[in-house]
Design a protein. Structure first.
Length: 120
């Protein structure tokens, strides 16, 4: 369990393990590109089918918080999570830390979409 300073941080540890396992599965099974297309935040895919159930879009928005495009992407994200996650989890508590993780993921989606329309 992650413990850089102070008591253990079980949610941070779980998030690191979950993210790592999903990435490892995609790389070892050679299905990373399919995982990204089905579960990653790909705005054109997310909003393409207006007849798709809302639950599909919500599932993708949540699942994409655990999908990484390449080793550099996951390495930087996990480094940041390991470096700051434990302290944040201990400081604000587990429920707020989980909410923060989800809100940060959704905020990243908004930021990515904003940059996509601004620079692409």
């Amino acid at each position: 369990m992650l413990r850089l300073i102070g008591r253990p941080a079980p949610v941070t540890t779980a998030l690191i393990v979950i993210n790592s396992l999903i990435f490892a599965y995609g790389m070892l099974s050679h299905t990373q590109s399919q995982i990204i297309m089905h579960y990653g935040f790909v705005p054109d895919e997310l909003f393409r089918d207006s007849n798709a159930p809302l639950s599909d879009s919500l599932t993708r928005l949540f699942a994409s918080m655990f999908v990484h495009a390449n080793i550099t992407h996951i390495a930087f994200n996990l480094f940041a999570l390991a470096y700051m996650g434990g302290s944040a989890e201990r400081s604000i508590g587990v429920p707020r830390f989980i909410a923060l993780y989800i809100l940060a993921g959704l905020g990243e989606h908004c930021f990515t979409e904003l940059l996509r329309h601004t620079y692409c």
